[in-house]
Design a binder for this molecule. Structure first.
Ligand SMILES: *Cc1c(COP(=O)(O)O)cnc(C)c1O
Length: 368
């Protein structure tokens, strides 16, 4: 039997009727851009994320780009970003013309190491972008403290951690302006591209709503040079349906992770996820590490188990960032994670015997 890395079969079945109803209602309303479903979703997601304002946008990358733009970050500025993030966080910095400054994560949690931030701050630094990687909340209290001390903005990349907390406070509600993604595979995923900005700043929220819509607050009157970065109305309708299920699906992810933790303990050189004190994890990904990563991935693949690597090449070694002139060895922790990490299947609908079967194959791999 095959076990794909990701399957929507179970969650799709749960919501199919409501999704089709939402589409029919959207279709019949004949109002296809920025309509009542978008407004409703922004309200519902604000309630879920415990923030004052949500502005739906086209995708997660656009959300991060817009967030930096809203804070007037641009050429000549530096933005601190983890050295092991997904490329989109770095691209957003490039889009506004600022320079990414990489700071290493903790090798335990894979999240930005607060102890390494201060030494990266210069007179050009404007913002810190913590990424709640794999679904675990960063140590936000420490990060906010440093930002206050140096008068920096904080822009959270909350694409992977909807519903995670640090000291009981939700990710996406700490920073000045934060971005999240509703890419289909994310914990709250649409059926296409979608994203949002979350902020407690009403002025910024107002500007964001204008900037995502050609820079126009009033139809055909343009205050600034804006973008078309609107959240698709049809996707907003789907997200309204799925948001109601998110807490339940998050619990399922956490339960699957606990099955893995139990079934995979004390096997070979495997390193299992570690959660920082006072942080919670919503397991967008369940990531293990081993020196034999490539061999283990192939072994699992040959036995029908889908896995992925998040991510095989850290941003500083990407061809796209050759101009930053980094080389192998410059960010050894990010490189170590890239060389040893492996993401196992985790999606609502996986059963305990699926996890036990995966664990049995992994044990076999180490015993051969
Ligand atoms: C998915 C993701 C993004 C980008 O979101 P898109 O909606 O795909 O543009 C940004 N940052 C992180 C950490 C992500 O996982």
């Amino acid at each position: 039997m095959q076990l794909p890395f990701l399957s929507f079969e179970s969650t799709n079945k749960e919501i199919k009727k409501e999704i089709l109803q939402s589409f029919e209602s959207f279709f019949d309303r004949e109002w296809y851009v920025l309509g009542e479903d978008t407004t409703h979703f922004e309200k519902q997601y604000a309630e879920f994320n415990k923030v004052k304002n949500v502005i739906g946008v086209s995708n997660g990358l656009d959300a991060l780009h817009l967030a930096l733009k809203l804070l007037n970050i641009g050429p000549g500025h530096e933005v601190i970003v983890p050295s092991n993030t997904f490329i989109a966080t770095v691209l957003a910095i490039s889009y506004v013309g600022a320079t990414p400054v990489f700071v290493e994560p903790r090798i335990t949690t894979y999240n930005l190491d607060p102890n390494k931030i201060e030494q990266a701050i210069t007179s050009k630094t404007r913002a810190i972008m913590p990424v709640h990687l794999y679904g675990q909340a960063c140590e936000m209290e420490q990060i906010m403290h440093i930002a206050e001390k140096y008068n920096l903005f904080v822009v959270e990349d909350n694409a992977q951690a909807q519903g995670a907390c640090y000291k009981g406070k939700l990710t996406g509600s700490w920073g000045n302006v934060n971005g999240t993604s509703f890419y289909p595979g994310k914990n709250l995923g649409a059926y296409g591209d979608a994203g949002a900005i979350t902020t407690n700043d009403a002025e910024i929220a107002k500007k964001a709503a204008i900037l995502r819509n050609y820079g126009s607050g009033r139809k055909y009157h343009n205050d600034v040079i804006g973008y078309n970065m609107r959240l698709d109305e049809c996707q907003a309708g789907f997200l309204n349906v799925k948001l109601k299920f998110l807490p339940k699906w998050t619990k399922q992810r956490q339960e699957i992770a606990s099955w893995y933790n139990e079934a995979l303990k004390n096997i070979g050189d495997l390193i299992l996820p570690i959660i920082a004190e006072e942080a919670s994890h919503v397991y967008h990904l369940y990531v293990i590490r081993t020196e034999k990563r490539n061999e283990l991935q192939q072994y699992l693949n040959e036995r029908g188990i889908g896995t992925l690597i998040h991510y095989p090449v850290p941003p500083h070694l990407q061809e796209a960032y050759i101009n930053l002139a980094f080389k192998k060895g410059d960010f050894p922790i990010a490189e170590e994670i890239a060389n040893t990490c492996l993401s196992l299947p985790i999606w609502p609908g996986l059963k305990k015997n699926d996890i036990d079967r995966i664990a049995a194959i992994i044990k076999l791999f180490y015993n051969e």
